[in-house]
Design a protein around this ligand. Structure first.
Ligand code: DQA
Length: 147
């Protein structure tokens, strides 16, 4: 089964407690369970990870580039700042889908800009935890159509 890395950036370990009106009441562990179950349905192995450190995300992008079929990433605030994640996306030969729980375009202006998006295959935002499920389905479709 192809492996998809589902990567989570800063503060996403606080889900459940963190601004539930914006991010919902589910914890990251709840979302991991949903992703693993969706992966089973799609015939994908989900490797689900979280870090608060930008360089660790870069290392995981490189690792995915040599061992995984795609990445679904919620890079949190690094989405809006990280040229390193833009470059890492361009450096690896697998599709990267950017995702967000909230609709970043309906929020503060500083969230409207994504450093990752121009290098990503596509972007999904605004569907709460279901954004993760949509990202996995997008990657599954991409893998099937690129065969
Ligand atoms: C987020 C949106 C980002 O702007 C924010 O910094 C996050 C979470 C989301 O999932 O909606 O940490 O990526």
């Amino acid at each position: 089964m192809p492996t998809i890395f589902v990567l989570n950036g800063p503060n996403l370990n606080m889900l459940g407690k963190r601004e539930p009106g914006i991010y919902g009441g589910q914890t990251l562990a709840d979302i991991e369970t949903m992703c693993v179950e969706e992966g089973h349905k799609l015939g994908l192995t989900v490797d689900f990870r979280q870090t608060n450190h930008e360089g660790v995300l870069v290392d995981w992008f490189h690792e995915a580039g040599s061992s995984a079929a795609g990445i679904a990433v919620n890079a949190g605030a690094y989405t809006h700042t990280s040229i390193a994640l833009h470059d890492a996306t361009r450096a690896i030969g697998i599709p990267v889908v950017e995702l967000h729980l909230s609709n970043v375009h309906a929020r503060e202006e500083f969230r409207h800009k994504s450093m990752l998006a121009p290098a990503a295959k596509g972007v999904i935002c605004g569907f709460g935890a279901h954004s993760y499920i949509l990202a996995l389905n997008a990657l599954s479709t991409l893998l099937h159509t690129s065969k």
